[in-house]
Design a protein around this ligand. Sequence first.
Ligand SMILES: C[S@@+](CC[C@H](N)C(=O)[O-])C[C@H]1O[C@@H](n2cnc3c(N)ncnc32)[C@H](O)[C@@H]1O
Ligand code: SF4
Length: 334
Amino acid sequence: MSVTDTLGRPLRDLRISVTDRCNFRCVYCMPSQVFGPEYRFMDRKELLTFEEIERVARAFAACGVEKIRITGGEPLIRRDLERLVEGLAAIEGISDLTLTTNGALLAQKAAALAAAGLSRVTVSLDALDDPTFRAMNDADFPVAKVLAGIEAAAAAGLPVKVNAVVKRGLNEHAILELARHFKGSGHVLRFIEYMDVGATNGWRLDDVVPAAEIVQAIGAELPLEPLEPRYRGEVARRFAYRDGSGEIGVIASVTQPFCGDCTRARISAEGKLYTCLFAAKGHDLRALLRGGASDEELGEAIAARWARRDDRYSEIRSAETAGLKKVEMSYIGG
Ligand SMILES: C[S@@+](CC[C@H](N)C(=O)[O-])C[C@H]1O[C@@H](n2cnc3c(N)ncnc32)[C@H](O)[C@@H]1O
Ligand code: SF4
């Protein structure tokens, strides 16, 4: 079955947050002033179990979902995550199963994740020098361990993408350093514009480094040419190095929004369905799951919610919308 929303967008991708906790406190995501010792994270019993997540994922697959991304918080801090990977990889209709991680635990976990059926992995890394990286992750975590995680993933046979968020005044100098480092490595580097997700990161438009500026900065030293999108809804704009040594991507969700092609649904770790990263309210699937709904009823609830969807936040973003109540990125999953 395929379902489309009020703007004609099909449901194709599902992002599953498996925890709202994280071992980093990235300044643009979980600022430590807010996510400190007093912060109330979800209780264990509030989280969907792996069995519940698999049931929900099967219902989404029946509604047309082909790609699943596991995220968080930091997904690798959820114990035995490879068991979930194995369950999700076995779902009929799922052709792509990926994971976004900060890489801290990837060196230990990569082989088990690959063996469990993960298709590929995305690792977040915002700088190559320790002072900048530590200032951004606010957990005193060194670059070398993330690089070791990337190596371990590649050695386990997992294709790797590297995501870097760029924040004005913090890590602009990292743009070229990251490009030089990953050029020719086979790993695709992607830059993400700093977004006004959640309500705690103190986002200002002035802090956004536009994707066009990033491409221009790289292209001036390492000549680039634009690539055609591979499919409808591809969020990254891709550029190839003219010398054939690989490609980069930019995710320009602020300066060039892509709501018109957005085919993504998200579920939080407690089983709420969100149809937009910038939503304030979700639809409680856990109540259905734990209330004894059949697979068919679950699928009908998902399809009905998707059919009503009219979100296009990034296209109508303004100084006013930036201050609206929204769920945190660590809660909904990036
Ligand atoms: C919320 S994280 C969850 C997965 C994992 N902890 C990680 O960092 O990769 C997913 C992605 O969202 C990105 N992200 C978080 N806050 C952001 C923001 N305000 N603007 C843009 N990207 C953001 C992160 O850099 C990461 O690549
Ligand atoms: S971006 Fe990822 S690693 Fe950083 S605080 Fe958010 S969830 Fe944690």
